[in-house]
Design a protein around this ligand. Structure first.
Ligand SMILES: Cc1cc2nc3c(=O)[nH]c(=O)nc-3n(C[C@H](O)[C@H](O)[C@H](O)COP(=O)(O)O)c2cc1C
Length: 730
């Protein structure tokens, strides 16, 4: 079932109605909290039922009925001569507390909630909103499970943008409650339509007493002693003028008649299953007799507002990103195209890359057809197939392409060469896992390979352009793929300080201290390890640099090595104090440290030290061990002075350094080898590991740590899956 479409269409179509009911539901949930507070003021124990009835009868003339409201408030209805009266009474003494006046505003809100002040039509609309909420909850669960990679990971760390995280985090706590509450609302709506027997009035054929004599006072009615006060819903007194009438009682369990002359039970009618169901539904939906549940309901109503807001933003972002094949210009019919492009995408961004590739090939004079991956096929005219595939969950396919591997495994290979390009993120344990599986499956089935499969990290425009050049070579053409996914809003930063490092025989490096231009209230809060996307003047492709500081540190610090011919690094190296640049912050929540006391192993080399410094700055109050590689202690140990100060102050527990240009010439992986015993001990204590640096360094580090872990009966994959081992690789 297309759950995403269902969730989206119901949310967009009926969202306003659901939000109105959520708002009024929130107001109504606060009302029982108020009456609980009012009823809970008296700490003395409540009277038993016969005593209460006796005292009420003595104190109030013309008593007809005592009702106990779900929150515990007792109301006595009496008819004094010509006038109907209602009094609130104290459950502990039966004394009159004052006249009973239900508030007008809560009644108005209740009407708005139940029938939108529109009578029968409104009741149907409210029922529709309940059904919409139910559908949103069910589809939300399915989508949540899919996004998190299974039920087991449902409450694990959430990935994605701030809005995605907001939607998932609120959703996974609120959904169970919203599902229960909307199911209950549907049952209540069925009852309102008369499809369910709820029978709440004290009526029915009243049995007649067989005994004669004087009527007994309430305390002498033996049957009345059997009922608990907390179960009572209503007790109706027999009429003083009609000797045939008896006592009637209604409790949660059912209703009965007590003989006014003998005090025995004349008849008892237990609540039917549909009445019980209705009671449960009312309890679940209104939380009326439980303060705790009322608070939970109020919170879930508030969550609906947050979910509505974040859902709308997600929809807006997705519709900006998604480029369905129908909106791709020059999309030739599949059977006539020389090049077929198949796309697997969950969030839509891969479609942007596909579109750029499509247009670039069309501009070379090719006939190109782009389609979603589940339409994978080949035709007589097909000369090549290009697959662009994102990875989701834990190395899995985007949902729409979930059956593609089975499909490929069943079909015979054609002689058409195929290239697979993955889109993913190296911080996930299975980088581009789905593209990898696709490439393996195609190779196993015997499809010729146009290019070795490759993975693009974090939608990097540079990596995409490089792959384009390789593809061009394979096709004997020049292919310039100049595409960058839509960027977030830019902010202006001013350079306030620069620390230059020059190392003989190596490219210079600079640490830049940048301050957002005041007053920039729209700049999101950032942490060490998040990324700064810098846009050099006249360019539209950003370069990402890890942040070595938090917003609380006053300036955004980045560490930039000059890349020969690199436009962005050259621009940053030329930047002088007082000059400005355009940049934005991209959150990197996977790299952040989770709360806890377990030790932390920070491993990095070169400019890779920057995000690790950002983590140390956050003063995590836990053992922090830094392993860092550089060329020479005097030339390129970035943040060297700060590191010494943090070591002296205890913010950093141990600092291990390896210098490649100082005899005997060691790298960070050599350090890890030497310290393998202490590292093994830290890992056994549940250490968190963060690694940052070049791909080559990250591989070397992985190998050493894998060796240590195997001796402990663990593997690096275990650590990655537990998100204890996270890499930030460039
Ligand atoms: C919930 C979630 C899970 C992800 N899982 C993986 C993964 O297991 N491996 C990987 O390489 N990338 C993973 N990614 C990163 C995406 O594949 C990457 O951002 C991709 O560019 C998204 O493309 P799309 O917008 O077309 O779906 C995940 C992203 C999210 C939000």
């Amino acid at each position: 079932m297309p759950w995403k479409q269902l969730h989206r269409h119901v949310g967009l179509g009926l969202g306003l109605l659901v939000l109105l009911l959520a708002l009024t539901g929130l107001a109504l949930a606060l009302e029982p909290v108020r009456s609980h507070a009012a009823a809970g003021g008296n700490a003395s124990p409540a009277l038993d039922l016969p005593t209460l009835a006796q005292r009420v009868q003595e104190e109030i003339t013309g008593v007809e009925e005592i009702r106990r409201q779900p929150a515990g408030t007792l109301v006595v209805y009496a008819f004094n001569g010509e006038q109907a009266q209602a009094w609130r009474i104290d459950p502990a003494s039966a004394q009159v507390l004052g006249p009973y006046q239900p508030g007008l505003l809560p009644r108005w809100v209740k009407n708005l909630h139940r029938q939108l002040l529109l009578g029968d039509t409104g009741r149907w609309l409210a029922a529709t909103a309940a059904a919409a909420m139910w559908l949103l909850s069910v589809s939300g669960w399915v989508l949540l499970r899919r996004r998190m990679g299974g039920w087991r990971h449902l409450y694990g760390r959430v990935q994605g943008s701030a809005t995605q995280r907001l939607h998932v985090q609120w959703g996974r706590w609120a959904l169970p409650v919203l599902l229960l509450s909307s199911s209950a609302a549907l049952i209540m709506a069925a009852a309102t339509q008369g499809w369910l027997d709820t029978e709440s009035a004290l009526d029915g054929a009243a049995p007649v007493s067989q005994v004669q004599g004087p009527a007994r006072p309430p305390q002498a009615l033996t049957a009345l002693h059997a009922y608990r006060m907390q179960d009572l819903e209503a007790l109706r007194f027999p009429s003083a003028t009609d000797p045939m009438q008896n006592w009637q009682i209604r409790t949660r369990q059912g209703q009965g008649w007590v003989d006014r002359y003998s005090g025995t039970l004349l008849a008892w009618k237990a609540a039917s299953p549909s009445q019980q169901l209705y009671r449960w539904a009312r309890w679940l939906h209104t939380g009326e007799s439980s303060l705790l549940w009322t608070i939970v309901l109020a919170l879930s109503s508030a969550a609906t507002l947050v979910l509505g807001y974040s859902g709308l933003r997600l929809w807006r972002d997705a519709s900006k990103l998604a480029t369905a094949p129908s909106t791709i210009a020059h999309n030739s019919p599949a059977a006539q195209a020389e090049t077929l492009i198949f796309v697997a995408s969950e969030g839509g961004s891969t479609w942007g890359f596909a579109r750029a590739l499509h247009l670039a090939l069309v501009s070379q004079g090719q006939r190109v057809h782009s389609a979603a991956l589940e339409h994978f096929n080949d035709y007589a005219a097909t000369r090549r197939i290009l697959i662009l595939a994102a990875t989701y969950g834990d190395g899995q396919a985007p949902y729409h392409a979930r059956h593609v591997l089975n499909l490929l495994a069943q079909r015979p290979a054609a002689s058409v060469p195929v290239a697979v390009l993955g889109f993913g993120d190296r911080q996930y344990p299975r980088f581009c896992g789905f593209a990898d599986k696709l490439a393996q499956c195609l190779a196993a089935r015997g499809w010729p390979r146009l290019l070795p499969w490759e993975g693009i990290h974090q939608q990097s425009p540079q990596e995409f352009a490089r792959w384009g050049r390789n593809l061009g070579q394979a096709l004997g053409q020049t292919l310039a793929l100049d595409y960058c996914p839509p960027l977030p809003a830019m902010h202006r930063f001013t350079l306030v300080q620069r620390d230059d490092y020059t190392c003989p025989g190596a490219e210079p490096t600079v640490v830049l201290h940048l301050q957002a231009s005041p007053p920039d209230t729209a700049l999101p809060a950032f942490d060490g390890g998040d990324l700064l996307g810098v846009l050099p003047p006249g360019q539209h492709v950003p370069r990402y640099y890890s942040l070595a500081s938090r917003q609380a540190d006053g300036a955004a610090q980045i560490c930039v090595r000059l890349v020969p011919g690199g436009e962005c690094s050259s621009f940053l190296h030329r930047l002088q104090v007082g000059e400005t640049l355009q940049a934005f912050v991209r959150p990197n929540p996977r790299f952040a440290l989770p709360h806890g006391r377990s030790p932390v192993l920070l491993i990095g080399a070169g400019t890779g030290i920057a995000p690790l410094v950002g983590l140390i700055r956050a003063r995590h109050q836990r053992p922090m061990h830094l392993f860092v590689g550089a060329r020479h202690p005097a030339h390129d140990l970035f943040f060297g002075e700060e590191l010494q100060a943090w070591l002296a102050g205890g913010q950093l527990t141990r600092l291990h350094t390896a210098f490649s240009r100082v005899a005997p010439g060691r790298y960070v992986q050599d350090l890890l080898h030497e310290e393998s015993t202490s590292i093994a001990a830290l890992l056994a204590q549940g250490a968190q590991v963060r690694v940052c640096g070049s791909l080559a360094m990250a591989h070397a580090v992985e190998q050493v740590l894998q060796g240590i872990l195997i001796r402990q009966g663990q593997s690096l994959q275990d650590l990655k899956e537990a998100q204890r081992y996270v890499e930030d690789v460039f």
